[in-house]
Design a protein around this ligand. Structure first.
Ligand code: CUA
Length: 317
């Protein structure tokens, strides 16, 4: 039986070092404080012959030295932890995106190529992967202990998580947020594969259409193309079409909003724009877009977002 969890990502050893140092330093401080306490309890117990006279003058030197030493050590730990945290939660730009929807009792995964899995996630080794996660019902938590990562998955918004798994193998996936009677069944397997095997897996599980092409169908069916134009070219060109911003070249770019702020057109912004159009209305456009909240499920939203994302490569008109 293995007592130690495998360290299956590039960042896992760093997380382990930080936790081990924190435990070690805390134990040292505890041992010092309790050691002195015990020592003096025994030495000065009632009736012991220890010398109780000649109390030395109080000096500030010891107080200052002890306080600054502990402050330095714990402030150092804070900087170490903060630096690691920032790196753990900022995905590198070349990360591949995989979408995850939590539902009571299951994790539903969608790959950009349209491949879908339930309570399983296949990944290539040695490649940063970014998960865009949301929930269709209550709060869940996506946790892979061997990767040393976990993150809450909330209904109504996109949460991100990234990692680079470097050890091929199979690892446990858990939901670590009590989410109802299906909670115990929300477990799954993460299969980290050598890149060539992963490519083969993608081909073997090829879906009829990619996320983006499925999204294009929905884009037309829900009437988005009525204003934003077929292909998302925008609705400015004709008097009969309502004025709507173009979606080509949008993903990843800064968007000046009507409320005076500037947003970045990431997955979260695109989703929010579909459900809460007024919140993210683009500067210079009339408030005419209806909200699609309650009309499009999370999985279809992912497909529409993937379609709009795929328009990033097209030139804005
Ligand atoms: Cu989902 Cu617990």
């Amino acid at each position: 039986m293995k007592l130690w969890l495998p360290q299956a990502t590039t960042t896992a050893p760093e997380v382990d070092y930080l936790i081990a140092s924190l435990v070690l330093i805390s134990c040292l401080v505890l041992a010092l404080v309790f050691g002195l306490m015990l020592l003096y309890m025994v030495k000065y117990r009632a009736g012991s012959p220890a010398d109780r006279g000649g109390a030395s003058e109080k000096t500030w030197r010891l107080e200052t030295a002890w306080t600054s030493a502990t402050l330095l050590v714990f402030f150092g730990l804070f900087i170490w932890g903060a630096d690691l945290y920032v790196r753990l939660f900022r995905a590198p730009p070349d990360a591949m995106t995989i979408y995850v929807v939590g539902k009571q009792g299951m994790w539903k995964v969608q790959h950009p190529g349209g491949q879908r899995e339930i309570n399983a996630l296949h990944l290539p080794a040695g490649r940063p992967v970014r998960l865009v996660m949301t929930s269709a019902d209550v709060i869940h938590d996506f946790a892979i202990p061997a990767f040393r990562i976990k993150h809450d998955v909330l209904p109504g918004r996109y949460e991100m998580l990234w990692f680079a798994a470097n050890e091929p193998g199979t690892y446990h996936l858990f939901c670590t947020q009590l989410c109802g009677t299906g909670h115990a069944r929300m477990v799954g397997q993460i299969a980290v594969m050598p890149p060539a095997d992963f490519q083969r897996w993608l081909q073997q599980n090829a879906a009829g259409e990619t996320l983006a092409t499925a999204g294009k169908t929905l884009f037309i069916r829900h009437g988005c193309s009525g204003c934003h134009g077929i292909g998302g070219v925008g609705g400015k060109q004709s008097a009969s079409i309502v004025n709507a911003p173009p979606l080509t070249g949008l993903y990843g770019s800064p968007v000046p909003l009507a409320n005076g702020t500037v947003a970045t057109a990431d997955d979260r912004y695109l989703r929010d724009s579909i459900l809460m159009p007024e919140k993210s209305r683009v500067a210079g456009y009339p408030p005419v877009m209806p909200s699609f909240a309650g009309q499009i499920g999370e999985e279809d939203l992912i497909r529409i977002v993937a379609y709009i994302k795929s328009l990033a490569a097209e030139q804005p008109q």
